[in-house]
Ligand binder design. Structure first.
Ligand code: INI
Length: 157
């Protein structure tokens, strides 16, 4: 029988940092609420959650890197909303946050989660911030929880 390893969605004493951008805060504040709510409903104490606000998606990787490197957090959740309709540099901002968040996770070994809404329109962003398509912040939080447990289990092998 093949041994299988999975991360149960059960919070413990681990600590979470959430980096959230102020740009499009109508959307990102809902992503943050969704993330905090999902963590708490899975047993994480709110004293073990720190939310760090940054100006925009472009600044997220630097803050995430500092938090991951601090050794004080078991996962870093990155929340932003990049909406194409509003900017001609959409692709650059998306590229920066996508590559940056990925690099932080690989470089530090701390699960660094991409909870970024990238859409063509505001309406699509609203759909992913608690309307028709659920809440990307809550999904990112559950991904973080699972990855914390997966890393824990891998470290025990
Ligand atoms: N930042 C976002 O988080 N979302 C956006 O949609 C966005 N647009 O449209 O430009 C955006 N721009 C700001 C950028 O992230 C930086 O904060 C800014 O360029 C300063 O470095």
């Amino acid at each position: 029988m093949v041994k299988q390893l999975q991360g149960p969605l059960q919070g413990g004493k681990e600590k979470y940092a959430i980096v959230v951008s102020r740009f499009n805060d109508f959307i990102t504040s809902r992503l943050l609420d969704g993330a905090i709510d999902a963590l708490k409903r899975h047993g994480v104490n709110e004293d073990n959650i720190l939310a760090v606000w940054v100006p925009g998606a472009f600044e997220v990787p630097l803050a995430a890197d500092k938090l991951a490197q601090s050794g004080k957090f078991d996962a870093v959740i990155c929340l932003s909303a990049v909406i194409r309709g509003q900017t001609s540099h959409y692709d650059h901002v998306c590229q920066q946050i996508t590559r940056g968040v990925g690099e932080v996770g690989l470089k530090t070994g701390v699960p660094t989660i991409f909870g970024v809404v990238t859409t063509d329109t505001l309406e699509q962003a609203i759909d992913r911030a608690g309307a028709k398509d659920g809440n990307n912040g809550a999904k990112a939080a559950l991904t973080a929880l699972e990855m914390v447990r997966v890393v824990e289990e891998i470290n025990k092998l």
